[in-house]
Design a protein around this ligand. Structure first.
Ligand code: UDP
Length: 309
């Protein structure tokens, strides 16, 4: 078994790399390291079965030989990146996906798309099932990511329908855990780093917007079960622990024993007001549900960031 993972030096991609190596596969990681980090692959390198290719999938995939699976996990994923590097995000979610699909098609590989709850935009219904078509602002600051992922799903389904490709689509909801970048700007690294440094915790707006936080090990288990299944429809992977952002800030303060205080900054434009997955399909089709409590997952994450201080 030979598996190619775009974005394999990133947060989710590197955990997926580890799991495929554990399963005995050879893994090729293609990553241009704009948001990935080679240190995430330290354990994987020790296996002797990892090939690392430093390349931008939006330019092409310079890998020889056949692969059995292509997992397209490359993309900056933090809202901060959507304004910091909008063209990288736009290109990898469009040309990058087409390159990855063409590569997989030429080699007869199965294709796995890492999509996102962002395809639902600012949803009117909660929880969000896969059948919900979403409410994305196509000209908003998040559109480079959201529309790229929506385009990617459309492209995957076109290859599935018209070229007979065996495909999977996962929609991740706010996954967190070790190997997130401390400065990536997302709520988990921001709050944990601020708490560990006893600095003010920056809540955007009132903090009444909600998110549901899923631990990375559970999410990657969901990915493997989806890959092993015959489910070609999109599948939500995420947790039911829905928190308001301000309650989440309090939880991080409590678990870190921090002296930090909460401060409120202006709200972000187009910030989804609520987000919680309906995971019925994952349960019924993959027999998957999260098993790591938020407290256990956060403790492991806090420990990871503490070691990096
Ligand atoms: N957020 C916040 N303070 C921060 C970072 C994020 O209040 O320092 C909020 C943000 O406005 C959003 C939620 O936390 O409502 C989750 O943000 P994140 O960037 O992690 O990802 P998103 O779910 O918005 O893609």
């Amino acid at each position: 078994m030979r598996v190619l993972i775009t974005g394999g030096a990133g947060f989710l991609g590197s955990h997926l790399t580890d799991r495929w190596l554990e399963r005995g596969a050879d893994v090729v990681v293609v990553d241009n390291l704009v948001t990935g980090d080679l240190r995430n692959l330290d354990a994987a390198r020790a296996s002797g079965r990892l090939e690392f290719v430093n390349a931008d999938v939006s330019e092409g995939i310079p890998v020889d030989g056949d692969v059995d699976w292509l997992f397209h996990f490359a993309s900056p994923a933090s809202p901060v990146d959507f304004t910091r590097r909008p063209f990288d995000v736009l290109r990898v979610g469009s040309v990058g996906t087409l390159n990855a699909l063409e590569f997989a098609n030429e080699r007869g590989a199965k294709f796995f798309m890492a999509s996102t709850s962002e395809v639902y935009g600012d949803p009117e219904i909660s929880p969000q099932p896969e059948t919900y078509l979403g409410r994305v602002n196509p000209i908003g600051p998040r559109a480079v990511y959201d529309e790229g992922k929506r385009f990617s799903e459309a492209a995957v389904m076109a290859y599935h329908r018209h070229k007979g490709m065996d495909t999977r689509i996962v929609r991740f909801f706010n996954t967190y855990g070790p190997r997130m970048r401390a400065d990536d700007g997302r709520v988990v690294p921001n709050f944990v780093m601020q708490a560990l440094r006893n600095e003010p915790i920056t809540v955007y707006g009132e903090g009444t917007q909600t998110r549901s936080f899923g631990y990375v090990d559970d999410s990657i288990e969901g990915v493997l079960r989806l890959a092993d299944s015959d489910c070609t429809e999109p599948v939500n992977i995420g947790s039911q622990w829905e928190f308001t952002v301000v309650d989440f800030a309090r939880l991080v303060i409590q678990l870190t024993g921090s002296k930090s205080e909460i401060v409120h900054l202006p709200p972000l434009p187009d910030d989804p007001r609520q987000r919680r997955p309906d995971t019925t399909r994952a349960l019924e089709r993959l027999d998957w549900k999260p098993t790591t409590s938020l407290e256990d997952g956060l403790r492991a994450t806090i420990e990871y960031f503490r070691l990096g201080l």
